[in-house]
Design a protein around this ligand. Structure first.
Ligand SMILES: NC(=O)C1=CN([C@@H]2O[C@H](COP(=O)(O)OP(=O)(O)OC[C@H]3O[C@@H](n4cnc5c(N)ncnc54)[C@H](O)[C@@H]3O)[C@@H](O)[C@H]2O)[C@H](O)CC1
Ligand SMILES: [K+]
Length: 210
């Protein structure tokens, strides 16, 4: 039975894996993104036009990595950036630089959702810590209005990792691929409804220091 973790427990396992054991964060990001890519490629979703909606943290970094991996697999994919680029994480910047070598549109507009056949939600993961407002709330509402299948990266954006509560608004995902361990917030309150079918990518290599 896969354990259920909180955001802080997950962050503790991540940092132990990265800083003590020595698996680089970009390696974990690549393994997480490969799990999302495999889930998508092994599914029956229409991959004619995949749109990744990405924040500027590491959840967004995963989204950029997924976009690259799908492009390499021959999928037509574009990225809609959402949020404040001043808050870009180091890993997100690295993934953004890599994507530029694969001719991926990293500045698509939200209007791209009107023609998407599949949406990848990479706005927020376990780092969400306050009510969703502004550009991120607009993006989430546009995703929900698009009536397009949505694959959430790690968490449906807007759902609190620990409580399962809506942080103002949240992506209503068709399916969620969550990393290493299941999250408490995916199993209670609004989590199950907004997560859809949950797949746990439990072979990430993230160390479980019980
Ligand atoms: N567990 C693993 O093995 C791996 C997890 N990864 C991915 O990293 C994210 C967590 O990334 P992080 O940068 O800590 O946070 P987020 O990307 O979720 O959020 C970004 C950033 O946004 C700020 N924020 C929080 N709430 C709000 C809000 N309501 N409005 C605006 N901004 C907000 C806050 O500062 C956050 O830091 C995890 O989910 C995985 O997807 C690794 O990449 C791969 C391995
Ligand atoms: K997400």
């Amino acid at each position: 039975m896969n354990k259920l973790v909180t955001a802080s427990e997950m962050k503790h396992f991540d940092s132990y894996t990265i800083n003590t054991i020595g698996i680089p964060s970009l390696v974990l990001m690549e393994r997480a993104s490969l799990a999302v890519r495999d889930f998508i490629l092994n599914s029956n979703y229409d991959l004619t036009n995949v749109v990744v909606v990405a924040g500027y943290g590491n959840n967004g970094g995963d989204g950029l990595c997924v976009a690259r991996l799908l492009k390499i697999a021959g999928v037509h994919v574009s990225v809609v950036p959402v949020g404040n680029s001043d808050h870009e994480s180091v890993e997100h910047a690295t993934q953004s630089k890599i994507c530029q070598y694969y001719q991926i549109d990293l500045n698509a507009k939200l209007a791209a959702l009107e023609h998407a056949t599949l949406v990848v939600d990479a706005i927020f993961g376990i780092g969400i810590d306050r009510t969703v407002l502004g550009a991120q709330a607009t993006a989430i509402d546009k995703i929900n209005q698009s009536n397009t299948p949505v694959i959430a990266v790690d968490m449906p954006s807007g759902i609190n990792t620990d409580t399962g509560e809506l942080m103002g608004t949240a992506v209503k995902a068709t399916a969620t691929v969550t990393f290493a361990f299941n999250k408490i917030g995916l199993t209670i309150v609004a989590g199950p409804t907004y997560a859809g079918n949950v797949t746990i990518a439990d072979d990430m290599g993230t160390y479980d220091i019980a």
